[in-house]
Structure formats: structure tokens, C-alpha cells
Write a protein that binds this ligand. Sequence first.
Ligand SMILES: *Cc1c(COP(=O)(O)O)cnc(C)c1O
Length: 413
Amino acid sequence: MNENIENSQRTPFHEIDLIKLAKQYGTPLYIYDSEKMKDQFQKLKNSFLDIQKLTINYACKANTNLNILKFLKKMGCGLDTVSIQEIKIGLKAGFLPDEIIFTPNGVSIKEVKNAVELGVRIHLDNLSILEQFGEYFPHHSIGIRINPHVMAGGNSKISVGHIDSKFGISYYQIPHMNQILKNTGLKIEGLHMHTGSDISEIQSFINGAKVLLRIAKDFPNLDYIDFGSGFKVPYQKKDDQTDLTLLSKYITELFQHFCKNYGKIITLIFEPGKFLVSESGCFLVSVNVIKHTVSTIFAGIDSGFNHFIRPMFYNAYHHIENISNPKGRFRFYNVVGYICESDNFGLNRKISEIREGDILCIQNAGAYCFSMSSNYNSRYRPSEVMMIDGKDFLIRKRESMTDLLRNIVEIQI
Ligand SMILES: *Cc1c(COP(=O)(O)O)cnc(C)c1O
């Protein structure tokens, strides 16, 4: 018992007995602490107290578990969605259509029409779809995703606001856009940008914001400006994070100045995903095998990039601790998965002695982890537990063979 208390103190999940949860629910297991989500939401809100109308929309592709959506709705969040399915999950979670923004990229006009039928707000980001949209829904109010041409983001895969990105309508194309608006009678109620994930450079935000506000002057019917997201959270001690105080100082000043000249106080929207949920999550795995090679000790765990793809896909660092032997002698380990190709969680990590059967805790597992998981190697996806007021709730069951075969149509061969 004592050991468990000490173990959990080494993680951000202070009061949570992670080993007990691992035993109770089995591994691999995602655990989300709702307290941390609440803290992050409050922190963001409190940083922008001087903005009269502030809306925080949770970008739910980070983690679409219905219960997380319900929790963030209860906190006062709106929702940012990128697919018709995310919209439907959002509606099921209790968000009103009006509180949901659909910001798709590269989807068909058919999907956009479906979203209109569901009554949500629409952000369009290309001229072809804008034109088709205007034919179907003349005089409709929409938002436009502008490409502000700023290079930002922690990784080229998630830098989405530069000049050659597939996202947004370039601000050089605004004359063309205006012709489409004139032809169709579409009304622009909001302008939006989202330049990437993991931005630590305040200057990127500011540059993008300035571009957007400069454009906004020429649109007289705006209800809101949406500055997107990209807020960075620390993944390891040496990591910096978005300096909210500084960001708020600049953005508030720019925005208030804008509203004054515009003659109307409009809403400012942010749409964070990672910021709200990343640190709230941890991923518990068991060690299947220890294997020594000539120069390396491998710890092979009961998971792989099918459950947790960020280290392999983005080269992301996720901190790993051995919570069942925190006082062991520290050694260097390669923590690897069981997928039959290279499958690393962390290389050359200094971790307290790992023994077969130990439980490792992988941090920052709340965002873009479960939501990017798959059944590769015909493995079941993990179950998920959510902590609310210190109590644990199972919010997703572990899969079974039935799930793997659910949509298979067996034919005579
Ligand atoms: C992914 C995404 C976000 C959230 O980005 P984070 O880095 O997770 O905060 C916000 N807006 C849009 C349009 C997105 O596609």
C-alpha cells in the first residue's frame, strides 16, 4: 500500500492509485483525470478575462470519448469538429447545434450539406466548395478559414497555416472570394485561422492574428473571430509551453483595439484540443519481456503503435515511468511495443529498474492517443477510465473478437 502511494506521487496523478486501477481494469489502459481538464479550461479562461465575449471550443479530434465531451460541455466549452461523425457525437453529448463549429478540410459538398441539415456552424476553407455551398444555400451565414501564411507548429505534419498548405483560403484570394459572396449572397459571420499544433512561438500567433484582424475590417457582419489553437503543453521538464499571460496581453490588446474600430464587441473563439486534454491522460501498460542485446536493454510492453502512435508518427517524446518499482536502480531502456515492425515508445530512457510484470506509466496520453488508435496486428484497442471527483469510471470497454469481426462479411471460398 505504502509503495503505491509513493509511486503515484511521482506522476501528475497525485491522488490516484494507478497500480490499483491497472490491476482492476487490466492493461493496456488509458486513464483521464477530469480535474486536470477542468484546471486547463479555467487557466485558459482566466488568462483572457479582459475579453468580454470569449468562447472556448474543444477540438474533439484530440479525444472523442463521449464522456469527455459531456464533461467539457458541462464546464462551458463549445465544440470544434472536423467530420460529420464528430458532429453527431457532439450532438449526442448534449452540445446544441449552435455551439458546434464544423471546420472540415477536403470533404465533399455532400458532407457539408449534411452538416447544414444538423444545424451547426460551418467554416469553409476552399473556393470551389464555397461556390457550390452558395448555390445550395444562398444567403446562409458561414465562417471562412483564412490561410494567414505563417509557418508554425512543432512538426511538419501539423503545420497547417503556411502558404502551400492545403488548409484555408489564402488572403490573396479574398477578391475572388468576394465575387463568390456577391454572386451567392452568402454572409460571412466569422473568420477563422488555425496554424498548427505545438506552437511555442508567441510571435506566430500574433502574426496570424494581425493578418486575420486586418482582413476582418472589410467584413461588416462579423459575430466572431476564431483564432484556432496550437497551444503547446510540456511533454518533458525542459519543454517550454505557450506563455498564456504574454499571449493574452498581446491578443487582448489587438482584439480590443479591433472591436473599438469595428464599432461592435464581437466574440473571440479559441479551439484547443491538446491543451485541454493532453496532460489529463496517462497510459498504463505492463511489461511482457525484458530482453538484453549486446548494447541495449529492451522492455517489451503489452501495447504498440496501434494504441499509441505519436512516438512513431510524430517522433513525439512521452515521459515514461516505472510506477511499480520507482525506487529501483536507474538504467537505460528502450521501451518497445509488440507490433511486428519497429515500434518504439521511448529510446534510451533512464527508468528505474524494469522487471517483467512491472507497470509503466506513459504520460501526456489524453490527446491524439486513443483517438488515433487502430486494430493493427488484430489487437483489441485499450479500455478507458475517467476519474471524476476521485472516483474511477469505466468509459470504454476493452474490445473483443466480436468487435474485430463485426463488419466482416464471410463468403463461400
Ligand atoms: C486539430 C485542430 C485544433 C486543435 O489543435 P490542438 O493543437 O490540439 O489544440 C483546432 N482547430 C482545428 C481546425 C483543428 O483542426
